[in-house]
Design a protein around this ligand. Sequence first.
Ligand SMILES: Nc1nc2c(ncn2[C@@H]2O[C@H](COP(=O)(O)OP(=O)(O)O)[C@@H](O)[C@H]2O)c(=O)[nH]1
Ligand SMILES: [Mg+2]
Length: 380
Amino acid sequence: MMASRRAVAVAKFVGVVAVLALLLHMGLLLFSTRYNTTGQSLFDMWGSSLASNPSYGGGGGGPRAEAADYAPGTPKPVRGALVALVRNNDLYGMRKAVRELEDRWNHKYNYPYIFLNDEPFTDKFKKGIQDLTRASVQFATLEPESWGYPDWIDREKAKTERETATYIKGHSESYRFMCRFQSGFVHKHPLLKDLDYYWRIEPDVHYFCDIDYDPFLYMKKNGLKYGWNIAPSEYEPTVRTLWNTTQEFMRRNPDMVAEHNMLDWVRDASGQYTRCHFWSNFEIVDLSLYRSPQYQAYFDHLDRAGGFFYERWGDAPVHSLAVAMFLRKSEVHYFDDIGYYHPAMAHCPDGSKERGKCVCDPKEGWANGFTCAKLWREIS
Ligand SMILES: Nc1nc2c(ncn2[C@@H]2O[C@H](COP(=O)(O)OP(=O)(O)O)[C@@H](O)[C@H]2O)c(=O)[nH]1
Ligand SMILES: [Mg+2]
């Protein structure tokens, strides 16, 4: 009796386990069909979300993107790339930034990365970055003429400025090389030759929001040439003569200044420099701007004047003054939907603390309230 009761109990137990296993198997099948991270079904889901994203214009004019357009290793709808000038010892900060950018955006879009350095990248750096992405990654050393002093610079005068400067990074020679490179040479690097747009990235930055569209394509479709996110006012001691030098350029080359320009953003009613600039550690740019004869002439004029070394002109005010002279406001875009932090300042879209796909506190994103961002909204 006892033995047959035990046999019935065992049979029941086996039956229940078998049914549970079957249910589990069916559940897993269903789950993997919907959420397979490599299979076709995910691309189907994503494709439909792209189609419903207003940024793509729902089939209106301009190029239309499909998820398949963004497979790793294939040409993208826009010839764009994420570009960083960086040092080997920035590896950890750069890995953090790339990890976030991948999670928030590029795991779907797979735009290539380009890393530039004044010294050869170590294998450790290359592997540390490559481990984080399926997108193509290229590394290169700078052309020697793009880093250092042009021969007309008085190095003693430059040294005196470094030794007496009291502003941030005032003592640094390499920081000045970096600013000059970003102002006049990054767009000429051979690895950028085939690009139409670049998105500048840096170590130790944060991206607070999912970015559910392709900003490169958005710029292309809307005829935008410069995209920015944070706009502070430059520290005066670093740009003591930049505005005068720029005005001199405009006097000499009046035909180069666009008829509908944005100069009202960089000069006030009395003609003084507002020092408003786009913080160029984040910028998405149609490189035809930097490759234009006007931009080249402007950079050459500044470089001759020597303020990269006799002061500490940053690439941010230089790029911004060029944008103000050469572009109209409708060609410039405030990416205020992209939550972003670079050490010292953050931009956090409204409402991000409670809802949506951003996680940041607008109260801590104090760049939101900057005078220059407000002034931007006011100018026509
Ligand atoms: N290869 C290289 N990259 C540099 C050098 N100095 C700065 N950078 C990079 O240039 C970018 C801007 O420099 P950073 O120190 O962040 O300046 P900040 O953003 O103005 O505070 C970062 O991506 C740095 O990694 C340098 O001497 N060599
Ligand atoms: Mg930085």
